[in-house]
Design a protein around this ligand. Structure first.
Ligand SMILES: CC(C)(COP(=O)(O)OP(=O)(O)OC[C@H]1O[C@@H](n2cnc3c(N)ncnc32)[C@H](O)[C@@H]1OP(=O)(O)O)[C@@H](O)C(=O)NCCC(=O)NCCS
Length: 134
């Protein structure tokens, strides 16, 4: 059974393994936990029986008008069970008082985010790949 939480109190780096699939130079679990702590909003999906976090979403917000969702990931074994949709739904609830909520995604994820109530726009980005591990 998956439990959703916004609390990081009980989360240890060992519970954050397996994320950043396909990243050539992924952040460590310790850095992942720092990313979660430094985010203005976070929602985690936790499998207590397995003792691990199985999905997470973060948001960075000015708390007045805008928020950006930089990261959403569900562990491969837990994909296709609605966890990603539930993480976004819960995050959107936390951000619902804001004017704008943005994210950037690959084209194949457009339908996923549309199902979550978002619409497509044009994004401009910079990526410093030598900083990918944090
Ligand atoms: C994107 C992601 C978070 C979705 O999580 P999930 O728990 O598998 O999603 P859900 O089970 O809630 O799927 C909801 C719907 O989105 C679709 N969907 C999910 N992932 C998809 C993908 N990668 N491409 C296309 N459609 C996808 C599902 O088919 C499902 O559609 P349905 O309701 O018609 O069956 C997950 O695939 C993931 O972690 N991907 C790698 C990281 C990533 O791309 N993150 C997003 C960064 S912008």
């Amino acid at each position: 059974m998956i439990r959703y939480t916004t609390s990081l109190e009980e989360i240890r780096p060992e519970m954050l393994t397996g994320f950043f699939v396909g990243w050539p130079n992924p952040p460590s679990s310790e850095t992942h936990l720092r990313i979660l702590r430094n985010s203005s909003h976070v929602v985690l999906a936790v499998d207590d029986a397995a003792g691990r976090v199985v999905g997470f979403v973060t948001a960075l917000s000015d708390g007045i008008l805008s928020a950006y969702i930089p990261m959403l990931e569900v562990l491969p074994d837990y994909k296709g069970q609605g966890v990603g949709t539930e993480l976004i739904r819960r995050m959107m609830t936390h951000l619902k008082s804001l004017y704008m909520v943005d994210t950037v995604c690959d084209p194949e994820l457009r339908s996923f985010y549309e199902q979550c109530g978002m619409r497509a726009a044009t994004a401009m980005i910079v990526r410093n790949y030598d900083r990918q591990a944090g």
